[in-house]
Design a protein. Structure first.
Length: 253
């Protein structure tokens, strides 16, 4: 439950090793969040992050096992995490894979793997999360979509289409929850300098995990349903979205 000043008390990060996810955790702990659960495929790799969040002021920080690619276990996973220590105010979906478009265009298994993690896995776990948030009567689900969801580009259409599916799902889910006390916030970052984009040429308006985290914390404060990071991308994408296909296709983006 948020405290008397409206601060988030507890946070669950799905994809707990995500650089954006950890930046959000650090920013929220700086704003009085006291309990953080980091959920990752290999929680033992998060010892350093757990230690850092404790040093920054979190009273309880745990790393637990979670695999987005194993939907059969998602219901039990969510029940277990929420059952441990009471309510969770904010659940952040921060897992995701980008892949190499060149490889994905030729390898059906690899292309399906991106869709499984980014879309199927997210649909499955957020369905379980929202059911639990409904029962507790409050909470915000924050979903890391992408500007890539706005319009599939030839240079990363596998990733972009998986995010488009997730973005549409999260919007519809958010609308279905109006009046329930549960909110869904869709976040659309542009190019963020993290391990996911290491070695790639930065796109225009590239940004940092810390700046995305600041935008997310601001969105939580105001109860936003959509956050762009940086905000100018909202206008850039609304132009790109309406370009005729023959022109869009020729853009080197
Ligand atoms: N970086 C960008 O430019 C950018 C832009 C827009 C949106 N986003 C989105 O923002 C989110 C966070 O990205 P990031 O930049 O912080 O990337 P990141 O540091 O590479 O984090 C991605 C995380 O996803 C986890 N993951 C991958 N597959 C998983 C699975 N099957 N189950 C559980 N966890 C899994 C990875 O865990 P492991 O450590 O186990 O591999 C990793 O910790 C992603 O959804 C990404 O698509 C990123």
């Amino acid at each position: 439950m948020k405290d008397a000043l409206g601060s988030v008390q507890s946070l669950l990060v799905l994809g707990g090793g995500s650089e954006i996810g950890l930046a959000v955790a650090r920013a929220l702990v700086g704003e009085r969040t006291r309990r953080v659960v980091l959920a990752a495929r290999d929680p033992s790799r998060l010892d350093g992050a757990v230690e850092e969040l404790r040093r920054l002021g979190a009273e309880t920080t745990d790393a637990v096992a979670f695999d987005a690619d194993a939907p059969d276990g998602h219901h039990a996973f969510v029940e277990d995490v929420f059952g441990r220590d009471g309510d969770i105010d904010v659940v952040l979906v921060a897992f995701g894979v980008l892949g190499s478009q060149e490889e994905l265009a030729r390898d059906p298994g690899a292309a399906a793997g991106v869709a499984l993690t980014n879309y199927v896995g997210a649909v499955s776990v957020t369905t379980a999360v929202v059911e639990r948030l409904r029962r507790q009567g409050h909470g915000t689900l924050v979903v890391l979509s992408s500007v890539a969801a706005e319009r599939a580009r030839k240079s990363n259409y596998v990733y972009g289409s998986s995010k488009a599916g997730l973005d549409a799902f999260a919007q519809g889910m958010g609308d279905s929850l109006a009046g329930s006390g549960v909110n869904v916030m869709v976040v659309r970052p542009g190019f963020v300098h993290t391990k996911m984009t290491a070695g790639l040429d930065p796109a225009p308006f590239s940004t940092t995990p810390e700046a995305v985290a600041e935008a997310i914390v601001g969105g939580l404060r105001t109860g936003a349903h959509t956050v762009w990071a940086p905000p100018i991308l909202r206008y850039v994408m609304s132009v790109l979205r309406h370009l005729p296909r023959p022109i869009f296709r020729r853009l080197n983006i």
